[in-house]
Design a protein around this ligand. Structure first.
Ligand code: SAH
Length: 464
C-alpha cells in the first residue's frame, strides 16, 4: 500500500488530477491481482489518495507454470506485501492519464509544482537506506526511512531490506509518479516480467525529464533493465546524448572558444582571478562545479593553501580527462586531497555539503533558464558554501573578437551570454534570494565602452 498526500491549495483537486473520484472506493482487476483506490482524507487543505495492491500469489504461481517449477518460493514470498514492479504496473494502468501528464478538467494544474508527501508501507531496498537516499535525494526529496529487523526475536540477525518510507517533495504530480514508476522496482531490484527492448523505451520515456542528469543514472539503468548488457548499453548511450552535447563535439567547441580568447590570455587570467578570490574568502576546501577537464583543479592542486578539492561534472568523458590531467591514477595519495564526482548541478546532492567555497567557472551559460533556476537552489540553498564564485562571458565584449560573427556566442552550446547589467541583475537577485552579499570583479583587460571580456561575481554568505 502507498499513499500520496498533497497540501496544495484546493488540495481536493488531487482527485481530478488522478482521475479517481474521491467519494468512492474503486477496484481494478489487473493480471496479478486487484488494485483498490480510495481517499482516507479529502478537504481543501489536505487530500490523501491511497493505492492498495492485493497481489494474488496463486495467480502469480500459475502464470509461472512451466518456468522454475513449483517450489514453495513461488507460493510463499514477499510479493503480496511489498512495493515492487507491480506497483509500477498499477500506476501506469490505474493512474495512466496522470502519469502521461493529462487532465481535461484541470489542465492548468497539471504542471503545477505541489507539495507532496508519499508514504510507502513496505519498500524493499537493495543496498539499504544509502541507495534509497542516493536515488531520491538528488531529485529533491526529503527522505525518511524506518528500517525493520530481519526478525524481532533475533536482533543479532540484523536489519532486513524492508523499510517504511516517507518522501516529501514539491513537484508536479506527473513527475512524482514517473519517479515512483522507475525507482520503486529499481530499489526492489527484481522484476516480475520479462525485460526486453520495450523496457528501454519505457525507461527513457518515464525518465525523460530527470534521468539523463541523475548522478545514479548508471545504477538506475542497470537495475531497471535487469543487468542485460546490450539493453543497458543502448539506454545509457541514449541518456548520455540527452545529458550533454556529444563529447567529441563538446571538445571541439571548447577548443574553438579557447582559440578565440587566447590572444587576451583569458583562460589563465580567469583561473588566476578565481584563485585570488578563493584566498580572499579563506576557502581551503573547494568544490569546482562543472569542472570540465579540471584546469582550475590542476592549478589549485599545486598550491598547498588548498586542503581539499572536489570537481564535479555531468560529462563522464570530461571527468576522465580531468583524472588524467590530475594524474590521480599514478598518485594515489593525491586522491585523498583531490577527488572527482559525476553528477548534475540541477539536482540536490548531499555530496556537495560542507565546503568553504564553490566555483562555477564558465558554467552557468551552458544551462537554459529552468535548469539555471534548479542550479541556483542546489548551490545556494542546499549545498550553501560560505562563498560562491561565478564567472561568465561578457557579451558586450564579443564585438572585439574579430573572428566571431556579430550576434554569435563564443561557444555553440551556450544558452545565453550576458552583458554586464544582465549579469549584475541575476547575481543581485540570487544574493538577495539566498542570503549572500555579492561583489563584481572584472577579468581581462577592459574595453572602455564594452567592459572586460569576462565577468566574475563573488558571493559571500551573510550570517544571521
Ligand atoms: N569549468 C571548466 C569547464 C567549463 S565548460 C573550465 O573552465 O574549463 C562547462 C562545463 O559544465 C562542461 O564541462 C559541462 O559538462 C558542465 N556542465 C554543463 N551542465 C552541467 C550540469 N547541469 N551539471 C554539471 N555539469 C554541467
Amino acid at each position: 500500500m502507498f499513499t500520496i498526500t498533497t497540501t496544495a491549495h484546493q488540495a481536493e483537486d488531487l482527485s481530478f488530477l488522478l482521475h479517481k473520484h474521491p467519494a468512492r472506493v474503486q477496484v481494478f482487476e489487473l493480471k496479478f491481482g486487484k488494485v483498490h483506490i480510495f481517499y482516507p482524507e479529502v478537504n481543501e487543505t489536505r487530500c490523501t489518495a491511497a493505492m492498495l495492491l492485493e497481489v494474488d500469489p496463486i495467480a502469480l504461481a500459475r502464470r509461472h507454470r512451466g518456468g522454475g517449477g513449483g517450489t514453495l518460493g513461488t507460493y510463499v514470498n514477499d510479493r503480496p506485501y511489498v512495493a515492487s514492479s507491480f506497483l509500477s504496473v498499477a500506476i501506469s494502468q490505474v493512474f495512466g492519464t496522470a502519469l502521461a501528464g493529462h487532465c481535461k478538467d484541470l489542465p492548468d494544474r497539471v504542471d503545477e509544482a505541489m507539495p507532496f508527501e508519499v508514504n510507502i508501507a513496505v519498500l524493499p531496498c537493495r543496498g539499504g537506506e544509502t541507495v534509497l537516499r542516493r536515488l531520491f535525494e538528488p531529485l529533491g526529496y526529503q527522505v525518511e526511512a524506518t528500517p525493520y529487523a530481519l526478525d524481532n526475536q533475533f536482533p543479532q540477525w540484523g536489519a532486513s531490506r524492508y523499510f517504511t518510507v516517507n518522501l516529501r517533495i514539491t513537484c508536479s504530480l506527473q513527475l512524482l509518479l514517473s519517479h515512483l514508476y522507475v525507482l520503486v522496482p529499481v530499489l526492489d531490484d527484481e522484476k516480475h516480467y520479462y525485460v526486453g527492448e520495450d523496457e528501454v523505451r519505457k525507461l527513457l520515456r518515464r525518465g525523460e525529464r530527470w534521468l539523463p542528469s541523475h548522478p545514479e543514472r548508471d545504477l538506475i539503468t542497470e537495475r531497471y533493465l535487469k543487468y542485460q548488457r546490450s539493453l543497458v548499453r543502448e539506454a545509457l548511450a541514449r541518456l548520455q546524448e540527452d545529458a550533454v552535447a556529444p563529447d567529441a563535439t563538446a571538445e571541439r567547441y571548447a577548443a574553438a572558444e579557447e582559440a578565440l580568447e587566447a590572444p587576451v590570455r583569458l583562460n589563465a587570467l580567469r583561473l588566476e582571478a578565481v584563485l585570488e578570490a578563493l584566498k580572499q574568502c579563506s576557502a581551503r576546501r573547494v568544490l569546482d562545479l562543472g569542472c570540465g577537464e579540471g584546469k582550475l583543479l590542476v592549478m589549485l592542486m599545486k598550491d598547498a593553501y588548498f586542503e581539499r578539492l572536489v570537481g564535479m561534472d555531468v560529462s563522464a568523458q570530461a571527468l576522465e580527462n580531468a583524472a588524467k590531467r590530475l594524474r590521480l591514477d599514478s598518485h594515489p595519495i593525491r586522491r585523498e586531497r583531490v577527488s572527482l564526482l559525476h553528477g548534475a548541478l540541477t539536482y540536490r546532492d548531499d555530496r556537495l555539503y560542507g565546503y568553504d567555497a564553490a566555483t562555477l567557472v564558465e558554467v552557468i551559460e551552458h544551462l537554459d533558464a529552468p535548469r539555471l533556476r534548479a542550479l541556483e537552489r542546489v548551490v545556494f540553498e542546499y549545498a550553501r558554501p560560505g562563498c560562491v564564485i561565478v564567472t561568465t562571458p561578457n557579451r558586450e565584449y564579443n564585438a572585439r573578437f574579430e573572428s566571431l560573427p556579430a550576434g554569435n556566442f563564443r561557444h555553440p552550446d551556450h544558452r545565453f551570454e550576458w552583458g554586464r547589467s544582465e549579469f549584475r541583475t541575476w547575481a543581485e537577485y540570487v544574493a538577495t534570494q539566498f542570503g549572500y552579499a555579492v561583489r563584481f570583479v572584472p577579468i581581462g583587460e577592459a574595453d572602455e565602452a564594452l567592459g572586460p571580456p569576462t565577468q566574475m561575481a563573488v558571493f559571500e554568505q551573510l550570517h544571521d
